[in-house]
Design a protein around this ligand. Structure first.
Ligand code: UD1
Ligand code: UDP
Length: 381
């Protein structure tokens, strides 16, 4: 008796390596793994080691491949070389039908390129972000333009990102507005914390010691801010910490170029807590207790508005203009004078604070991963 051939699931290789990619891809991985139309293979480069593992653990993801490429204070060229050869080898072994990359890191760019060299279709999550300045953010603006030039499907988080791709003559039928998966991740982790509050309880001692103070949450890590920019950021924090009603909670990125400056300039201040990078539930807790976020991060620019927290962005440009346009984010650059004066405005002028805190979240509705998976299913037929 003849049997009907059953269609085998499409093999999707998901490639990532840093904390933000892991946060923005775990909802997609969860959705792919729950869907019988797909076989989801996970490859981490471990461009970040500890900060990646924090996310993998909370999201319950065990990679099928782990290249463990991170080296201390790694240079962009040596990192890229390790990534390209390592990821290529994995692709030759896995032989995926499609490869997913996210955002604009060295891992995403090298993953895209290695797939392209094998004529594999590359699907780009968080496509179309552009600052139109190849030095800010550096090297991310060029990384995502490279991925944009070779991608098969472009999952744009917003209409602004979609329009940027259309202006670059990308085939409109290949570009889809999905929302940003970071909002899916934030909803997921919020639900986990509601179910298991102990997941985010590790800040309680700090919260007690800062009780009654106005919390400013800080993150900083951009390569283009190394040197003078980091010095200015540290100076701004020293100055704002002179206000006794303020407390700063600053989980310091593991990059030695960040830690050296912050440890030298900010250690020993009573109301400045320099702490280790927080896992995602604890960072979500910090977002919820902070009155203001001060950051040069991409992801935090998206999450803080979703929680109604004004965000001051320590950059010259942003590839996420939606937050600025909606009034939830303000570009303040990296001069200490400007940062301190913008913080003081938010602390002293309730109307200015409320105008930012009540603004709309432009980055998505938390359903992006489901849309991405359906678009992939349509693509594989
Ligand atoms: C990388 C990305 C950047 C992203 C950022 C998120 C590139 C070129 N840069 O920048 O786009 O915004 O991640 O955080 O892809 N380190 C550790 N442990 C860790 C992570 C980092 O020790 O878990 C230290 C190592 O010394 C490492 C250094 O930080 O060499 C830099 O890491 P790298 O991934 O090259 O650059 P980031 O500045 O983190
Ligand atoms: N984040 C975290 N712990 C921290 C700081 C940040 O989990 O101590 C999360 C944050 O919620 C956001 C992401 O990390 O989702 C941002 O990563 P990062 O700032 O390193 O990179 P970027 O977004 O700038 O690429």
């Amino acid at each position: 008796m003849s049997q009907l051939a059953s269609t085998s699931p499409a093999r999707i290789l998901v490639v990532f390596g840093t904390r933000p990619e892991a946060i923005k891809l775990f909802p997609v991985i969860h959705a792919l793994k729950a869907d019988p139309r797909f076989e989801c293979v996970v490859c981490v480069s471990a461009q970040h080691r500890q900060m990646l593992d924090q996310v993998l653990e909370i999201a319950g993801i065990v990679p099928d491949y782990d290249l463990d490429v991170m080296q201390p204070d790694q240079s962009l060229d040596a990192l890229t070389a390790r990534l390209l050869t390592g990821l290529g080898r994995v692709m030759d072994e896995v032989r995926p039908d499609r490869v997913i990359v996210q955002g604009d890191t060295a891992t995403a760019m090298a993953g895209g390129l290695a797939a392209y060299y094998r004529k594999l279709p590359v699907d780009h999550v968080e496509a179309g972000l552009r600052s139109y300045n190849i030095h800010h953010p550096w090297p991310e603006e060029v990384n995502r333009k490279i991925i944009g030039s070779l991608a098969s499907l472009h999952f744009a988080p917003t209409a602004t990102a979609q329009n940027a791709l259309l202006k670059e003559n990308v085939d409109p039928s290949r570009v889809h507005v999905t929302g940003n998966t970071v909002i899916d991740a934030l909803h997921w982790v919020t639900g986990e914390i509601e179910r298991r509050p102990e997941l985010a309880a590790g800040l309680s001692r700090l919260e007690e010691s800062f009780a009654g103070r106005r919390i400013i949450g800080v993150t900083s890590h951009r390569r283009e801010n190394f040197g003078e920019g980091m010095e200015q950021i540290a100076q701004a924090i020293r100055e704002i910490a002179q206000r006794p009603e303020v407390a700063v909670i600053f989980p310091v990125h593991l990059n030695p170029n960040v830690r050296k400056v912050m440890n030298e300039r900010l250690t020993g201040l009573d109301n400045v807590a320099l702490i280790e990078p927080l896992d995602y539930p604890h960072f979500a807790r910090l977002l919820s207790i902070a009155e203001i976020m001060l950051t040069d991060s991409g992801g935090v620019q998206e999450e803080a508005p979703a929680l109604g927290k004004p965000v001051l962005v320590m950059r010259e440009t942003t590839e996420r203009p939606e937050g600025v346009d909606a009034g939830t984010a303000r570009l303040v650059g990296t001069s200490a004078v400007t940062i301190v004066s913008e913080l003081a405005t938010l602390l002293d002028d309730k109307a200015a604070y409320d105008a930012m805190a009540q603004a709309h979240n432009p980055f998505g509705d938390g359903l992006a991963s489901g849309r991405i998976v359906e678009l992939l299913a349509r693509e594989i037929g």
